[in-house]
Design a protein around this ligand. Sequence first.
Ligand code: SF4
Length: 375
Amino acid sequence: MATLAEVLAGATREGILYDVLPDGRLRCYACGHRCPLPEGAAGVCKVRFNRGGRLLVPWGYVGGVQCDPIEKKPFFHAYPGALAYSFGMLGCDLHCSYCQNWVTSQALRDPAAVAPPLEASPENLVRDALRHRARVLVSTYNEPLITSEWAVAVFKEARAAGLATAFVSNGNGTPRVLDYLRPWIDLYKVDLKSFDDRHYRQLGGRLAPILDSIRQLHAMDVWLELVTLLVPGFNDSHDELSRLTAFVAGVSPDIPWHVTAFHADYKMGETENTTPEMLLAAAQIGRDNGLRHVYAGNLPGQVGALEDTRCATCGCVLVSRFGYHVRSYAVTAGGRCPACASPVPGRWSDHFDTQLTSRPFVPRRNKLELRVLNS
Ligand code: SF4
């Protein structure tokens, strides 16, 4: 029986994001590792590889699909209440020991992570997204940068059908991959996991490419929101959070920052869970550093007003939430505060459709026409 790696090796196409080096190796630019790949070698992500002098990249499958409320991504300033049709591939360029999507992200590294891939086309993914009345189509669950060529193929189809498009990503990009995505992407969430390069190296990355990506995404006018999963003892010191939020405010104080609660997972089962008090303290640091939209996540009902979007000018509640549930919505058709008419940073619909779901669910596979790859 073929291994997962062997099955995936057949679900490929020649990529775009690479150069041939003078010594014949290939340089991949899909993520900040910029792997130089000799003949036959795969990158750190294990899903892009040099075969016969061409860079082959993942194509024609998904690791899974799910219908999520957009609040789960989380995007709090983009189409509140929308259904975000979400697909993941397999593999990741980092190896975070606390990963909460490890079944898909670590499928090629960890034998305990088993996620059978499903054959898919851009057309049937978009058809299914429309069938579920999605507003946004999202590449998520694993690291989407490492499958950017496939994401762009899906996003082109999505845009033609009137959908917005999004990445939920670790942000370990390069200028080249972000330029490549720019015409096809509307929303981008970056996990800013730490502000300490040593911590990023523990996770298998570096801090600098992530900060560069945040600057570039903001400059490109892609709608950007940032998330920091607060892991006790790892990234929760006052000093680190202060430097992190000062950096974000320096890029723009209007970038929403979500600080979210860790729960023991994957290889960090012994670490204590984040408490509401820890989230509130972290959020205060962000506000002290000038951030105008700070949210606390993963602990619904325990973080006071930090689930709600307020006007940064007058304090009017614009979107009230409990967890993923939108309780009320008051942003005007033009994306302004109804009380003081200040513009609200983000991407807003002309009107608020009732929220289609506040709970994630998996679409029925027979409707999606997906079958297990090579089955
Ligand atoms: S996506 Fe990143 S890890 Fe994978 S081959 Fe390219 S540069 Fe290397």
